[in-house]
Ligand binder design. Sequence first.
Ligand code: KIV
Ligand code: ZN
Length: 402
Amino acid sequence: MAIEHPSFGKLEDDRIIFFDTTLRDGEQSPGFSMNLEEKLRMAEALADLGVDVIEAGFAIASPGDFDSVKSIAQRFSKDGPVVASLSRAHQADIMRSVEATKPAARPRVHIVLATSDLHMRVKLRMSREEVLESIASSVGLARNHAADVEWSAEDGSRSDIDFLCRCVETAIRAGATTINIPDTVGYSMPEDIAAIFRALRERVPGAEKVIFSAHNHNDLGMAVANTLAAVRAGVRQIESTINGIGERAGNASLEEVAMALRTRRDVLPFRSNIVTTSLLRTSKLLATITGFDVQPNKAIVGRNAFAHESGIHQDGVLKDASTYEIMTPESVGWTTNSLVLGKHSGRAAFRDKLRALGYPEIGDNQLNDAFRRFKDIADRKKVVYDEDVAALVDDEVLRAHD
Ligand code: KIV
Ligand code: ZN
């Protein structure tokens, strides 16, 4: 069933909203803070990537954060993504977010309050009734100033489900238009996440009028799986970051969620505005800005994501790439896949490398000799570079002429 949303208008049921929090939750990872100019560059790249909502910062956190949120809001004063600022359920926080996001064509105030018994007792020192009152008053205040208000239940996935239903009902009554249930500490399994969203959608009056959102941390490496489980349970906004950066082990990686949705349309029949061919470029920009490269085996954007070393795989890929690639490298922004020569490589990849390096076809005997010597080198080195291959073949050709 379509939903009428203050920022997006009519939203069809198969539309997934990408909420990017690289500039807020992502920036909260140690060593990843960005200055104003860097945040603006990232915001531009995120808009080009097609994200629907940019969480630009936590306006009350510092004057610098306020300025970043405001500058990003000014940048998107005509069109482009919704610009959000995080706030605790305090009047001062909310008013700072309202002020910072105001220049945006489509501003969003995001409010977070913990709902698990542990967080309420130890951190907030508030009773359940006090939390409910705070939700009603904070969301109500935000709605007096902004049409688009997101409410998040911090540690929502570890909250008592009956109480969580009451919290969500209160937030909806007070005017929240998006309800986000974070797995703040990355504790949940996909079935847990699905069960929570199903319960909320079935039990809370007014649930059909709002967008549910998932925000999963990666402490057990489950963030992407949990996000996809949430989508299958009716969530239509997913919160993620470029390269999966974020508090501790990070957040769900935007590029992985986007490509899972695209590659597995058979089980995830949804649409988004993400321009997947810009994924690599955006990932690289973030790595350059922060100085942290992604690990080589990172899905989609890691340098090995489309690299093949073993002979069996290289042979298959040379015959038909779909034998070992479930998506094309071009679809995420790589120009090509790569066959890396190492001790597991076979004759087919070796011959292919010679062709790529511009060598004329050599006879089988010469190829066999060169290949044998290549294997000796490969046993000694982790990767055999183009220069090693060139030296080896030149030597082989010279020998043949002796
Ligand atoms: O992980 C979390 O609970 C959060 C909220 C502020 C949304 O980042
Ligand atoms: Zn978070």
